[in-house]
Design a protein around this ligand. Structure first.
Ligand code: FEO
Ligand code: CA
Ligand code: CA
Ligand code: CA
Length: 664
């Protein structure tokens, strides 16, 4: 086989988001006049284009920055002074931020000690994986000081893990130095972990030899359930039934269900496949490969494992890109890929039990110009019978969002053969969809036909348990052109992202309609052309760009984690910002935590008593923008060990208040 590997370019998150949506949605003239949000009208702002030459004039910001008086706030912490970059993490004064677990630490019994620089799949299979992303805390016996922490391991940075590898930023590099040992260790560093944790004397630690401890990897056997199980497009030579898959890939954000299971979401699965599939370009298969960006060839796994070679196993990519449900209380349970929830680059699974008892999951498809989805189960959650909810997620309706210019919106159901309100049927054989399995396996193509709104990279989405409002992080989209903006994505060259607030009509999360508003346009408020809408009370430390993960705590307070701030882009590292959503303080943000050099902020998650805030530091030391190249040999930071020869290690941080008490 002749094959020229193409290494990933610059940062993973940038490379993954070329945007593959060729449609002109939205259509029908429903975006004729861009709608100004309530906030814009109040502030007299108008949508402005961001000219690339004014991206990062930090000197100007500094000159114009002035002291602001903070409005009364539901957050009582003294905000952190932001730093452009630091070898270590920082938290607001009065809080401790302690390392809970690092890549390579023991998860399962008999795990060997972490050995820097040595790829060892057998050891890694027992140890904590790489690039911790989503975190979910599941209390044991209702306690806030003892529970299970479920953790996604999204991807690997081989160049930081092992010696001798070129960094992602080296466009001339290929995979020639990647050995089978490295590939197999990378596969074991993917997936997820279940750890049991306990707080003693105010400090958290991992319970050793826990009966719940589990590692899920890129090789763990899983079942496929729901309408696409056993579908012809899911069958491979290793699995002629189309119901058994090995592993989950690129698990980004997620969710926890009220019945105590973990929803872990496969995002950029396309990066793991290589070689061109034989699929004809005009067939559904061929169009889907292009639409999903597969094979993207970010990893060398296909050299050693045929299933990652799309020319040999053209259906294997169809078996990734799903939401996986895992029961963390039973380490022998089989993870299930829930196909009813659709296949795309799933970011997360923010959820709520609707007033009528049905379970509702909001989901972003993180790519430039991709969509926001909602899944509503047919059945109701049984709060008293865990077993009754076991396969609730196999039956329900997946819909995609259209945001109208007047501040209303619509959920468009992705149901094979069903007619829309004008009596038109789009998801039928004439358009390539023979059955609901086709619709779900090729969700993006189905959503294209329905005229969904093309968004600026939908990342995390979460529901406020107090108000029922839904918060959607749109991280950025530099490729949106001036003539291609719409009310929900109002900025051309949207470098800093925005946050949309969705309110379901009548408080009904299963309603076909909703209203929406832009809570925040992110970026520096000091630069008029950026068009940021942080409140005037937001300090120079308080604004941020690139919202990514989020959580709404039990008090209904929004916390935003960012991915992509840097010395060059915003003069600050990524971190956690607390954002007010109600009353006079709406749109006020303040900084609570910052990550070390090269890292992004993931996994924000509270214990029910709000006394502990877990955050995940992902890819510390990754090469930043045009900063110095970072490798195992010469990393940008050696956080958190700071020992010679030890590379940076993605880790979970437990934040608690000094002397105890509720966070913020
Ligand atoms: Fe894995 Fe969209 O972040
Ligand atoms: Ca990431
Ligand atoms: Ca993310
Ligand atoms: Ca991101």
């Amino acid at each position: 086989m002749t094959h020229t590997p193409r290494p990933p370019s610059v940062a993973f998150e940038a490379a993954e988001n070329e945007g593959s949506n060729p449609t002109g949605n939205p259509t029908l003239g429903d975006m004729v006049a861009a709608r100004l949000s309530r906030r814009d009208l109040m502030q007299g702002l108008v949508a402005v284009s961001v000219a690339s030459e004014v991206l990062w004039p930090r000197a100007l910001e500094a000159a114009e920055a002035k002291e602001q008086t903070l409005a009364p706030s539901p957050f009582d912490f003294a905000e952190l002074s932001v730093a452009p970059s630091s070898p270590t993490h920082h938290v607001a004064e009065g809080y401790d931020a302690d390392i809970l677990i690092r890549w390579g630490d023991a998860v399962l019994p008999h795990a060997p000690a972490f050995a820097p620089g040595k790829p060892d799949a057998a050891a890694q299979k027992l140890q904590f994986g790489y690039n911790n992303d989503f975190l979910g805390f599941i209390p044991l016996e209702g306690r806030s000081d003892h529970g299970l922490l479920v953790v996604n391991h999204e991807y690997t940075n081989g160049e930081l893990m092992f010696p001798g590898l070129a960094p992602r930023s080296d466009k001339n590099a290929d995979f020639s130095a990647v050995t089978r040992e490295i590939v197999d260790a990378e596969m074991m560093a993917h997936g997820g972990s279940v750890i049991e944790i306990r707080r003693n004397g105010g400090k958290w630690s991992v319970v050793p030899n826990s009966k719940y401890a589990r590692r899920i990897t890129a090789d763990t056997e899983m079942t496929v359930s729901g309408p696409a199980a056993g579908h012809g497009r899911m069958k491979t030579s290793a699995d002629p039934t189309g119901t058994r898959v090995k592993g989950m890939l690129n698990n980004c954000a997620g969710g926890v269900t009220p019945w105590g299971t973990w929803l872990t979401c496969e995002e950029n699965f396309n990066g793991y496949f290589w070689s061109k599939s034989a699929a004809e370009p005009l067939t559904l298969e061929g169009r889907a490969l292009r639409r999903y960006g597969a094979p993207a060839e970010w990893f060398a796994w296909g050299r050693f494992h045929d299933r990652f070679d799309a020319a040999k196993e053209p259906n294997e990519p169809n078996r990734f890109g799903w939401v996986v449900e895992i029961d963390p209380f039973d380490p022998t349970s089989m993870p299930k890929k829930r196909t009813a929830m659709g296949r795309f680059k799933h970011e997360g699974a923010g959820n709520i039990v609707n007033g009528d008892g049905r379970f509702v999951v909001y989901q972003g498809d993180d790519e430039r110009f991709d969509y926001v989805y909602r899944f509503v189960t047919d059945g109701k959650v049984d709060p008293g019978n865990r077993e009754a909810n076991r396969d609730l997620l196999d039956r329900g309706t997946l819909s995609v969002a259209r945001f109208h210019a007047d501040g209303t919106g619509q959920w468009l159901p992705l149901v094979h053969g069903s007619a829309n309100k004008d009596g038109q049927v789009w998801l039928n054989e004439a358009n390539g969809f023979r059955d609901q399995g086709d619709v779900l396996i090729h969700t993006r193509l189905a959503a294209d036909l329905l005229g969904a709104t093309r968004m600026d990279r939908p990342e995390d989405i979460d529901v406020n348990p107090k108000t029922g409002k839904v918060y959607l992080m749109l991280t950025n989209n530099a490729k949106r052109k001036a003539g291609d903006t719409d009310a929900a994505n109002p900025r051309a060259e949207n470098l800093f992202g925005h946050i949309i607030e969705i309110t379901p009509d009548g408080g009904d999360h299963a309603s076909d309609t909703f209203t929406w508003d832009i809570l925040l346009r992110c970026g520096s408020p000091r630069i008029a052309t950026v068009g940021a809408t942080f409140s005037a009370a937001t300090s120079e430390n308080g604004w941020f760009g690139m919202p990514d993960n989020c959580t709404v705590d039990a008090e209904g307070r929004l916390w935003v984690a960012t991915d992509g701030n840097s010395p060059k882009r915003t003069g600050r590292a990524d971190g956690i910002w607390a954002v007010e959503t109600e009353g006079r303080g709406r749109g006020t943000a303040r900084c609570f935590f910052q990550v070390p050099t090269g890292a992004e902020m993931c996994g924000p998650c509270f214990t029910p008593d709000l006394e502990t805030f877990f955050v995940a530091v992902q890819h510390p030391g990754e090469t930043e923008d045009d900063g110095p190249v970072s490798t195992f040999e010469n990393p940008g930071t050696r956080w958190p060990d700071f020992a010679d020869g030890v590379p940076p290690r993605p880790s979970i941080v437990a934040i608690t208040r000094k002397g105890g008490g509720r966070i913020a």
